[in-house]
Design a protein around this ligand. Sequence first.
Ligand code: ADP
Ligand code: MG
Length: 262
Amino acid sequence: MTLEKPAAETAQHSPSITLDRVVKRFGDNTVLHGVDLQIHPGEFIALVGPSGAGKSTLLRLLNGSHSPTEGHVRVLDREPARCSRRELRRLRTEIGFVFQQFGLVGRLTALENVLMGALGSLSMPRYGIMTYPKQLRERAVENLERVGLVDQRFQRCDTLSGGQQQRVAIARMLMQDARLVLADEPVASLDPAASISVLETLKKLSAEDGFTVVCSLHQVDLALQVSDRIVAVRDGQFILDKPTHTTDEPEIRAIYQAHRGA
Ligand code: ADP
Ligand code: MG
């Protein structure tokens, strides 16, 4: 981080994300019913809730893919809905994305895929990885090391396990130096052991680098294990928003109920 001091101070003190009475409607379908939320720099938020609760919609409001029908969404000191295309592109360079489908190129190696995250470029240079500056190649290797996959760097991604592929995707995202990471069900297609390994990796990186994470999760037990704070969504409302370590049994049951969509 080489931010000038005043900027660094502002970044530390202002929330990463503020939702102010946000309503989102698609036609007659009201998906978010006037929700408020503040997320502070460095927090790891787990967004839990049943399918159709509005988690992906919320994440799309944060990256500017959707605009709120009412209310305001502020992300990293900007309001995506009011950004020009250019400002939105700029904002998105500060946001890392992790998806359920890892979005890797299977026939390329782990290292090549990570390099593709450099400078937001999503295509390989015509003449391969050696045309990338040495410094970037070193960073890519370093990032693979940080996710525990340096030994697999020359392996094609389609020969890696699901959990390994998601960790490559995280290493690729790290090339961006994001201040905020939005992860939409990043472990939905993984088995429990791989899920934990991916989430623990993300958690460790966020603690080391200080980036904020908003991660939607299908399984509440995973949310309880890795997050700092749980926001439970049900029918477009936040039915619980608490630090994870103070969330007790009855509340956990309530979250589970919300999760089942009872
Ligand atoms: P979750 O991610 O929690 O499963 P979503 O945010 O995907 O929930 O969906 C919440 C509701 O919003 C659903 O009823 C879904 O049909 C609706 N919805 C989501 N995206 C759109 C869209 N682009 N157009 C119309 N309806 C949508
Ligand atoms: Mg979703």
